[in-house]
Design a protein around this ligand. Sequence first.
Ligand code: NI
Length: 141
Amino acid sequence: MQRITITLDDDLLQAVDAHGPPGGNRSETIRDLIRAGLRQAEAQRPPEGPCAAAIAYVYDHHRRDLPERLTKAFHDHHDLSVATLHVHLDHHNCLEVAVLKGQGAEIRRFAEAVTGERGVRHGSLLVVAPEGGHNHHGEEG
Ligand code: NI
């Protein structure tokens, strides 16, 4: 165990204290949050090899050209895109969850392109199966 010194602003420290049990050990609460943050960061970082992942995002389908740009992006990557769930959230907003399967680096680039489109909000990537499906190429049977 090492002792380190970190600086937190009052609001952040208050949020940390609110997260732990009342009168709890602040160091333990911070360790828990760091572990949870690392797990989450890991889940959002595709591996080098094949994997399965999901991206979720919200967009306004009235926004000029956006639905067409998204559709084109998915057709351009039809080899990665397995299925997409489309939910009409309200009069303006659509929620989409797309399941992707392929090489981690390609999935990361595609996810960044989709969730980075102007007008796409709440974009997130979740690596569901880091080991991916196995590769049939060159296999017996
Ligand atoms: Ni819709």
